[in-house]
Design a binder for this molecule. Sequence first.
Ligand code: IPE
Ligand code: IPE
Ligand code: MG
Length: 253
Amino acid sequence: MNPVSMNVVPRHVAIIMDGNGRWATQRGQPRLYGHEAGVRATRAVVRACRDAGVSVLTLYAFSSENWFRPAAEVGFLLELFVRTMGVELDTLHAEGVRVRFIGDRARLPQTLTAVMEASERRTADNPGMVLVIALGYGGRQDLVQGVRALGRRIEAATLRAEEITEADLGATLALGDLPDPDLLIRTGGEYRISNFLLWHLAYAELYFCDTLWPDFGPAELSSALAWYGGRERRFGRTEPPSSGAMMEPADDQ
Ligand code: IPE
Ligand code: IPE
Ligand code: MG
């Protein structure tokens, strides 16, 4: 095995699932039709990631900016999430998947937060892949709530500003207890982050493809994983870290 393929399976894959609306429009259908198709793609990709040995999969399902879409589309998406979790939870649980949600729940309807909490509770002790669903999530909002949490500790005199480390801030953020994404996939042809995991993507490998999300399946995922396997991850050094291909920058800065 050559050195670059040592990191063959990313521990953590994050996906910006984009292109549902355009997929539907291309078919002369309303955008909502694309979101339904997007759910089918998601189901297959979750399973394919699990089968590939990915430990954490984070899916961007609804951003903090998606609230600015027309109310009818927002309402449809929120209902779709409730419906989808209702249909999928038994299977996810049987497959040993641990479901978690990140994002601001305050604006979400109670019907949805109830399903989210029930899903998290039921799968909390599962041993398999962690499936993180970002819903109402924004990277900047995540950072703001993290800074506030540190600020409260300073106000309580349990922390001094000069002592704050990267690890301290990282621990206050969503996903603080999980490894950073190794691979970010964005479908739909746009080359941007759209306020996804701003802090956590610092050293992720970025994979952009034109495929619209409803057309992204296990074969496209395999291509992305194969591409990832060929990356040389140097983390700012001149050579990849020798033993741990997963090694990350030091925490103590
Ligand atoms: C992604 O697809 C799904 C969500 C943002 C909820 P879009 O709805 O953004 O589809 P396009 O980008 O308009 O095609
Ligand atoms: C990003 O897609 C958010 C999700 C996939 C949930 P958007 O379609 O909202 O992003 P922009 O508007 O193209 O940046
Ligand atoms: Mg989009």
